[in-house]
Design a protein around this ligand. Structure first.
Ligand code: FE2
Ligand code: FE2
Length: 400
């Protein structure tokens, strides 16, 4: 049970670290990977949270940190200063160590008595295998870009490894050091960035305006279709906003973080919808300006106001106005674009889920009933459209 507690802790801490780091990281593929893997971490943690209390253990242990050295490991990890450091920590050190521990656990435990645990670990190990393989490719790409300080990264990695070793490894069964490691970067608190980041080496600048993509024919249907693709692709900014809520709102029930992990990954999938459609039809998106308003405009707000703006203001609003249904029907019937119609169909289904998340969690975050929360959402929307509308006008004036 104590070992499963460590696994649970690591999955939850990795998810929270990915959420805190997401707005600060630039590499597009890394960003998408962080979103997917934090969702998979939340799924693994959810299964472990069901399993642990079945072993004559009080559910009260589920909110405890099992080992101060593991806590220090994660406290230091969140202070990664660039994409490469973060990727080395997650995909070069921690996830491979978890995978090795799970394989060892599954091989050595009594197969009959521990079958329910093995079943949980088998799924987690399957995800970890994919994550580690994906991470190796990403690390290779980041390394070959040659833009990172290898010596600084090596010393950051050595710190993380020292914390893990002092903890006796992932499962705590290795030799535990009596020399407790000290804080290094984590003597300062980690802060979310004021503005979200896109890798300037491979992507266009961030902007508060919707800038679309250069068109082939310029007819109105093409214009609207391509704009829809870009709006999907730019949903990364929604992932970052939810990630900021996930990271900065402490002491909520686990179900809150579990739902938000799904919410983040859904918005990343929507971004992939847009990317895939643009690339399939040969439209440039990566070098174009990147819309980051969801995060940037809302960054100074409290998590409750941030989540209310998105989940009630935007997402519930899109249900009330039938906006998602209309987008789907337009792609099917007017643009007659099967791929985008399929994407919009699933996007709509996801947004129904998100509006429900909003009705569940925004009142809890605000400490108020839904009618009050809906009034807050209206004000937040007014503020948001004020900022974004001005940026849009300026962009359009410059484009002429
Ligand atoms: Fe979305
Ligand atoms: Fe959504």
């Amino acid at each position: 049970m104590q070992i499963l507690q460590r696994y649970r802790y690591l999955h939850e801490a990795l998810a929270r670290t990915a959420a805190g780091q997401l707005p600060a990281r630039g590499d597009w593929d890394l960003k998408l990977g962080l979103c997917r893997h934090l969702y998979e971490d939340a799924e693994a943690a959810e299964s472990l949270r069901k399993r642990i209390p079945q072993m004559r253990t009080s559910a009260a242990v589920l909110n405890k940190e099992p080992d101060p050295c593991l806590t220090l490991l994660m406290d230091e990890l969140i202070h990664a200063r660039n994409d490469y450091e973060l990727a080395v920590g997650i995909y070069g050190i921690i996830r491979p160590a978890m995978l090795a521990a799970y394989r060892n656990h599954m091989a050595r435990t009594q197969q009959i008595v521990d079958q329910p645990t093995i079943r949980v670990l088998r799924q987690a190990a399957y995800d970890l295998e994919e994550q580690v393989r994906w991470g190796e490719e990403l690390l290779e790409a980041l390394r070959s870009a040659g833009a990172y300080d290898e010596a600084a990264t090596a010393s950051f990695a050595a710190k993380l490894q020292a914390c893990l070793d002092a903890a006796g490894g992932v499962d705590g069964q290795g030799e535990r050091s009596k020399d407790i490691p000290v804080r290094d970067r984590s003597r300062e608190p980690y802060r979310l960035p004021h503005r979200s980041v896109r890798d300037p080496r491979s992507m266009g600048p961030t902007t508060l305006a919707r800038t679309g993509s250069p068109l082939k024919s310029g007819d109105p249907v093409e214009r609207e279709l391509v704009m829809k693709m870009r709006v999907r692709q730019e949903e990364m900014t929604a992932c970052e906003l939810i990630a900021a809520v996930y990271y900065s709102q402490r002491n909520m029930p686990w179900a809150f973080y579990y739902d938000l992990a799904r919410h983040i990954w859904d918005e990343a999938r929507h971004a992939m919808f847009g990317q895939a459609a643009l690339e399939a039809d040969g439209y440039e998106w990566k070098s174009r300006p990147q819309y980051t308003s969801d995060y940037d405009v809302n960054a100074p707000k409290l998590p409750g106001a941030q989540y209310t703006w998105l989940s009630i203001g935007i997402e519930e609003g899109a249900m009330i106005s039938n906006g998602k249904k209309k987008e789907y029907e337009w792609c099917r019937d007017v643009a007659k674009h099967p791929l985008m119609a399929q994407f919009q169909d699933y996007d709509w289904a996801d947004e129904v889920v998100h509006a429900n998340f909003g009705r569940r969690w925004s009142p809890e975050l605000m400490g108020e009933e839904l009618p009050f929360v809906r009034e807050v959402a209206k004000r937040e929307l007014n503020h948001f459209w004020g900022e974004v509308g001005a940026a849009q006008q300026q962009w359009e004036a410059e484009a002429k």
